[in-house]
Design a protein around this ligand. Structure first.
Ligand code: GDP
Length: 450
């Protein structure tokens, strides 16, 4: 998995820091030297690494240590924050045209980067959001590309517009606009031709398409496996045709991952999504903060202190731990834990924060898409079910017999099978919580040890 080796190296650096009581300037400098080596080995762009280390060093030396953190933790906190800002700080969505007008997206990239696959993946995402995308086959040089787009489009249930391989891409794009307008498509995605290397013909062709139709978003697809090359490619594309965002593919592979860390800094354009596999569902929204904590492999400490610390009610957490220990966890607590979980970035966010369980790309094989839209809807339905219980039922989960469950199902507007599923899940959670006594308990300092 991407970043495995970087994560391991960074963890070693921080482990050494942690064993120190007080940090001197020398300690910080020595640690950052190792961080620098680790980043370079992960194929992060040299200039980017230099700037990054400089920023961290300036902040780490001479900064007051925050209440509740030791100096070692403080350095990790800063490294984490700088990693997030390096990758763009905020999650960027593809900008859609307001109103009913269609948003036209042009996909660009070198051959083999994963452009055609990603185009179909993206169409699937838009479809899930209730849009009506149209895929347009503008790669006329590789006959297989048209076929590939058609096959993938069909799998996604999305229409593919093609005019074969004898018409110029700019003309195909123009015709596709008319077709899309007649057809009521509100997203039109142009799959363009790639070449093995950056060349003038490819750039000219992309420019011609841009002149022929109004392109609202130009998205570049780059292959993480190509490391620094991916970053150089992004730089050239941006310079020649102007890009709005980048999708980095093959981050599931055995790549060092440095491209993902450098692209924003080099092009000034954000990463929008990352490709995590060959399946059409393997496209994930890019969250700089989650990625940073995965890279550090210790999202536990910082993310919790920063994200949840301020918002979690200590007293509530303490009471809940007590209840859990006594196996008194009830549906009121279940509701509460769901709302706290939301604050901590969803279930996958929590998993990533838990030493041993998380680690995202590092520790686990593949993190299921726990925060998908579908899952959010499921959570909302679970909340509706709990709100349909009487206060007595919420406090005494064992009261739920069949007639009560039927009443709850009716109240929440769901099927009885869904109530049964939630009850089962609740019972499993209750069991799991008993096994994880440290998870919710204690004060800020004691809850997560570094
Ligand atoms: P194009 O030439 O840029 O259109 O590239 P393709 O879409 O044909 O993809 C090239 C190869 O990369 C195909 O075998 C894809 O299945 C594969 N691929 C694309 N995206 C990913 C990804 O995120 N992870 C992995 N492992 N493979 C990918």
């Amino acid at each position: 998995m991407a970043f495995d080796s970087l994560t391991e190296k960074l963890q070693n650096v921080f482990k050494n820091l942690r064993s120190k009581g007080r940090l001197t300037e020398e300690d910080v400098k020595a640690a950052l030297k190792e961080v620098k080596m680790a980043l370079l080995e992960a194929d992060v762009n040299f200039k980017v690494v230099k700037g990054f280390i400089k920023d961290v060093q300036e902040r780490a030396i001479g900064q007051d240590v925050m209440n509740g953190l030791n100096p070692g933790q403080m350095v990790i906190k800063i490294v984490n924050e700088e990693l997030v800002s390096l990758m763009g700080a905020e999650t960027t969505e593809i900008q859609l045209q307001p109103g009913s007008a269609a948003t036209v997206i042009m996909m660009a990239g070198l051959q083999g980067a994963g452009k055609t696959t990603t185009t179909a993946k993206l169409a699937g995402k838009f479809k899930l959001k209730g849009k009506k995308p149209l895929l347009v086959a503008c790669d006329v040089y590789r006959p297989a590309a048209i076929k590939q787009l058609q096959i993938n489009g069909e799998k996604q249930g999305v229409e593919v517009f093609s005019m074969g391989d004898k018409v110029k891409p700019a003309d195909i794009a123009r015709a596709a606009m008319e077709h899309g307008a007649k057809n009521g498509n509100n997203i039109i995605i142009l799959d363009t031709a790639g070449r093995l290397h950056i060349d003038e013909d490819m750039m000219t062709e992309l420019q011609e398409i841009k002149e022929a139709v109004t392109v609202h978003q130009t998205i570049l697809v780059v292959d993480a496996m190509t490391g620094q090359d991916a970053v150089n490619v992004a730089g050239s594309f941006h310079e020649k045709i102007g890009i709005d965002g980048v999708i980095v593919t093959k981050l599931d592979g055995d790549t060092r991952g440095g491209a993902a860390l450098s692209i924003k800094a080099v092009t000034g354009r954000p990463i929008l999504y990352v490709g995590m596999g060959e399946k059409l569902s393997d496209l994930e929204q890019f969250y700089p903060d989650r990625m940073a904590s995965r890279i550090l492999g210790m999202g536990d400490v910082l993310t919790l202190i920063e994200k949840a610390g301020a918002e979690l009610d200590e007293e509530k957490a303490r009471k809940m731990t007590e209840k859990m220990k006594k196996a008194q966890f009830d549906y009121e607590d279940y509701l509460e834990s769901m709302s706290q979980m939301k604050k901590m970035g969803g279930l996958s966010g929590v998993m990533n924060m838990m030493p041993g369980l998380g680690g995202g790309m590092g520790g686990r094989k593949k993190m299921p898409d726990l925060d998908s839209e579908e899952n959010e809807k499921r959570m909302a339905r679970m909340e509706a079910m709990i709100y349909s219980m009487t206060p007595e039922e919420r406090r005494n989960p064992d009261l739920l017999n069949l007639p009560r469950k039927h009443r709850i199902a009716k109240g929440a507007g769901v099927d009885i099978s869904e109530v049964n599923r939630m009850v089962k899940q609740f019972n499993e959670t209750r069991k799991l919580m008993k096994k994880l006594p440290g998870l919710m308990g204690g004060g800020k300092k004691g809850r997560f040890r570094l």
